[in-house]
Design a binder for this molecule. Structure first.
Ligand code: ADP
Ligand code: ADP
Length: 229
């Protein structure tokens, strides 16, 4: 687990004076183990911000730290994060087990360690009975759980979620939301979750970062943000 600090973070796409910032100096302090939802309308910069934390976009100005380490120039693979995307991109020819184990095999972890990590993730996500199936034999919700399993087995200090529920129908969305809450209860990993859906934001967030047009409008608990007594 780790805290995350965003300090005057700026993003410009492209170079030169014509490159207008899409992120205008964002500041936020996220505590160890917190579940934070970044919410705001389409195009406000949520995904860009998350991708900068992940190391998938260069940071144009300011600083991002994970724990005590400034990560501006640290490769994605060395940031100790795992990301869950909207399109879960499972390997179609591999079993659920192998999809979850793949990143660990590449890192050459011992087989017994891989087995143990995959089984623990499968237990948390209730995938134990599906480990030998192929992705095409799973529902959309199950596939998204496999994608989360693939993130869990890495034992990252930080989870990043980029609209992971938006390809699911309403019923699966509600169910998968519960699974993400359970995941956070059990693992307590610092999590940043991006969505444009306010209901999703309110149900999942311990605190939310409300963004608009590349700026933070508000940071607080759902009650603080929506002004309930
Ligand atoms: P959100 O996730 O809130 O929908 P994004 O972070 O995807 O917003 O986009 C923020 C702004 O940056 C938008 O104006 C978008 O058009 C722009 N943008 C995103 N990616 C790129 C890119 N690769 N090149 C240029 N502009 C981009
Ligand atoms: P390695 O990190 O050892 O190269 P992986 O297959 O786990 O092997 O990762 C390949 C690249 O993709 C790395 O840059 C890694 O950080 C990134 N990556 C893999 N899985 C994820 C994930 N769930 N979230 C974020 N980045 C990931």
């Amino acid at each position: 687990m780790a805290s995350i600090s965003l300090r005057k973070v700026v993003k410009r796409y492209g170079a030169g004076p014509k490159a207008n910032p899409v992120i205008h100096g964002v500041d936020a302090e996220i505590s160890d183990g917190e579940f934070i939802v970044i919410v705001g309308p389409s195009g406000c910069g949520k995904s860009t911000l998350l991708r900068m934390v992940a190391g998938l976009e260069e940071i144009s100005g300011g600083e991002i730290a994970i724990g005590a380490r400034v990560v501006n120039d640290i490769e994605p693979a060395d940031r100790d994060i795992a990301m869950v995307f909207q399109n879960y991109a499972l390997y179609p020819h591999m079993s659920v087990f192998d999809n979850m184990a793949y990143g660990l095999k590449i890192r050459q972890l011992p087989a017994a360690e891989i087995q143990a990590r995959v089984e623990r993730a499968a237990a948390i996500l209730e995938l134990g009975a599906l480990l030998q199936r192929k992705p095409r034999e799973l529902s959309g919700g199950q596939r998204q759980r496999v994608a989360m399993g693939r993130a869990i087995v890495r034992k990252p200090q930080v989870f990043l979620f980029d609209e992971p529920l938006s390809n699911l129908d309403a019923k699966l969305r509600a169910q998968t939301r519960l699974e993400i809450q359970k995941l956070h209860r059990e693992l307590g990993v610092t999590s940043l979750f991006v969505t444009h859906d306010q209901v999703e934001a309110m149900t999942l967030a311990q605190r939310m970062i409300v963004m608009n047009a590349g700026r933070v409008e508000q940071i607080g608990t759902p009650d603080e943000v929506y002004g309930r007594p």
